[in-house]
Design a protein around this ligand. Structure first.
Ligand SMILES: CC(C)(COP(=O)(O)OP(=O)(O)OC[C@H]1O[C@@H](n2cnc3c(N)ncnc32)[C@H](O)[C@@H]1OP(=O)(O)O)[C@@H](O)C(=O)NCCC(=O)NCCS
Length: 145
């Protein structure tokens, strides 16, 4: 298993995993724009298979976790933990003192995953996510990286 920054050639496989894993997936353009914008990214690979990935943006002392996903077949085996640890470490190295994220209020699994890492619940942003009905976002953050 190896961790690398995401490259454009990973995006076909990542887009496939994203569709299988997320009810409201990022589209190929979202991923491409994130790389174009110079955001940070991590991909975990098992030989040629992509196990999971994360995209995050560090601006000044703030890091914003934009997407973290583990492929269905690999969930619940500690790989999310491995990638999130790396996100926290790289954020710190890039000068961040805090990591922010938004998560759907219905995504209990992700919320408990983040809480395990010491993320705190900060606020609710009402109707943040598109869809019908719209869904609220829970804003979470972790300080002291
Ligand atoms: C959320 C996600 C990234 C977690 O990755 P993962 O590899 O499945 O999680 P891990 O195996 O590393 O688990 C780490 C911790 O998260 C928590 N966790 C993981 N799966 C869980 C589940 N099904 N229910 C409750 N807690 C869970 C546990 O506390 C676990 O710690 P433990 O193994 O010591 O008990 C992954 O499930 C995923 O990709 N989900 C779909 C996409 C998504 O929702 N992303 C987040 C959007 S904001």
């Amino acid at each position: 298993m190896e961790l690398h920054p995401v490259s454009y050639s990973d995006l076909d496989q990542i887009t496939r995993i994203e569709k299988e894993t997320n009810e409201y997936p990022w589209n190929p353009n979202n991923f491409e724009s994130s790389l174009d914008a110079g955001n940070s990214s991590i991909v975990l690979k098992d030989r040629t298979n992509i196990v999971g990935y994360a995209f995050f943006s560090v601006i000044g002392t703030d890091s914003h976790l934009l997407n973290i996903t583990i492929s269905k077949d690999y969930q619940g085996r500690g790989f999310g933990k491995k990638i999130l640890k790396k996100v926290l470490l790289q954020s710190k190295v890039l000068g961040a003192t805090i990591v922010f994220l938004e998560v759907r209020v219905s995504n209990f699994r992700a919320i408990s995953f983040y809480e395990k890492f010491g993320f705190k619940r900060d606020a609710i942003r009402y109707n943040y996510y598109a869809g019908s009905p719209k869904e609220d976002a829970l804003l979470m953050s972790k300080q002291g990286l």
